[in-house]
Design a protein around this ligand. Structure first.
Ligand code: ZN
Length: 452
């Protein structure tokens, strides 16, 4: 790939915003970052504010097909889930590849350099495995690569249709029969990904939730992740009903149950963490478990506002995800954490713009098992996102407040240039690999939502 040089008008380097930053890379990694340097003639100019690559730490790519469709007629999380199952029923490895590639291309246009795909749609209709039992996971990994972004495939164990309930209907496609069955299949995917030498993909583990994995299955998934030092993600307490069912069945909260089954710790990411008791917050903080907030999904599904401030004060590390992709815009997720907390507490100033950017970049990448990414510094993955300051939303931005302006007023549409692992993926707002991203989304969506 060779040496590359970019010159950022302004760059956020983790603390202050610096001007005239020369950024150099060799292959996939940065080699030098030098503020206060005039642009050499061979450097690619990046006008605006340049950030590290954004990490979308929680995604279910196929939920993108529900955008708009799931907004009619009110309903609840549980009726939304029925609609989501209907889309899941239509997908096979080819149609899922096409949809995911388009969705990941949308992510690239929004400045996302790495996605955490929480993947549970493993098998064919009725739960019959494909010839390659990891055909669906492989399709997602290929889709990310072909959209120009990195992926951590979080392979989810999903064994039950609810506490004490078997898998039914579309859920049959999620199941591996047992935690050992899950581990055997996940190991194949893990080993195959390593053997293929795919530098854009890593494989981690997920416990779908305490609804979907019985307590006796949790330690096997946790041990699988621990043995590989891989991330372990889990949906936690998104709905009060999950807490009530868990307490009724097991006499403890979901967080306490996960802790007792060795599933909490610094490599674990609790997704949502919306309805927590004080004891749960202490437990997540004390174990340094990460929390991934998905505010646009949590508000869309009327989940509630999670105690992000209390969790961070207790010791948890924050990351962000667009989850069901009601929108794909990490700036919206980042500011929502602060703005939701303001509504909850009627006070301002819980997070600085820099802290929210850290959640969207370095801490998000670490949550996905890429601790060497998400920073503009020598040695890090050469990911850059440049936000134009010329749009109607950002025109007149003072350089000293560029980070605040972007976090609190930019949208994904303001992203102009995206570099992922040293490769230009978006230039001047155009995806360089997927020619027509809206067209790709339209085609993929039509294939899975038409009647018949
Ligand atoms: Zn989710």
């Amino acid at each position: 790939m060779g040496t590359k040089r970019w010159h950022a008008e302004l760059a956020w380097l983790g603390g202050e915003v610096a001007a005239d930053v020369l950024i150099e890379a060799d292959g996939e990694r940065f080699t030098a970052v030098t503020p206060g340097t005039p642009a050499p003639p061979d450097a690619v100019r990046l006008p605006g504010l340049t950030l590290p690559g954004l990490a979308n730490a929680h995604s279910h790519a196929f939920h993108r097909a529900l955008r708009g469709r799931a907004h009619t007629g009110g309903g609840s999380f549980w009726t939304w889930r029925e609609q989501m199952y209907r889309v899941a029923e239509r997908l096979d490895p080819e149609t899922y590849y096409s949809l995911a590639r388009a969705v990941y291309a949308e992510m690239a246009l929004a400045g996302i350099s790495c996605v955490g795909e929480f993947h549970y749609l493993h098998h064919g209709r009725g739960g019959v495995p494909y010839d390659d039992p990891n055909a669906m996971g492989a399709a997602l990994i290929a889709a990310a690569g072909d959209a120009g972004i990195r992926i951590t495939l979080l392979d989810a164990c999903y064994l039950a249709g609810g506490i004490g309930e078997p898998l039914r209907g579309p859920q049959l496609r999620f199941g591996d029969g047992s935690a050992d069955g899950w581990a055997a299949r996940a190991t194949e995917l893990y080993d195959a990904t390593g053997h293929r030498g795919l530098s854009h993909a890593r494989v981690g583990a997920a416990v779908h939730s305490v609804r979907a994995v019985p307590p006796e299955g949790i330690p096997a998934v946790a041990a699988w992740a621990a043995d590989r030092r891989a991330p372990l993600h889990v949906h936690l307490s998104e709905q009060p009903a999950e807490n009530e069912q868990c307490v009724r069945a097991y006499g403890r909260s979901p967080a306490r149950l996960l802790a007792e089954r060795e599933a909490l710790g610094p490599r674990t990411i609790a997704v949502h963490a919306t309805h927590l008791a004080e004891d749960d917050i202490r437990l997540l903080g004390a174990t340094r478990t990460g929390v991934c907030m998905c505010p646009t999904t949590e508000r869309d599904l009327a989940d509630g506002i999670g105690p992000a401030g209390d969790l961070v004060r207790a010791g948890a590390v924050l990351s962000l995800g667009s989850d069901q992709h009601a929108v794909i815009d990490l700036f919206e997720e980042a500011r929502a954490v602060e703005l939701d907390e303001r509504l909850r507490t009627r006070r301002r100033g819980h997070w600085t713009a820099g802290e929210l950017l850290t959640a969207a970049t370095a801490d998000g990448h670490a949550a996905l098992g890429w601790p060497e990414a998400g920073r503009v510094e020598a040695g890090a993955h050469a990911d850059l996102v440049t936000v134009s300051l010329d749009s109607v939303r950002l025109a007149g931005t003072e350089p000293a407040f560029a980070a605040e302006s972007v976090v609190f007023a930019a949208t994904a549409a303001d992203v102009r240039d995206v570099i992922v692992s040293g490769r230009a993926v978006v230039r001047d707002g155009r995806h360089l690999i997927v020619d027509d991203v809206p067209g790709a989304l339209r085609t993929a969506m039509t294939a899975i939502t038409r009647d018949g």
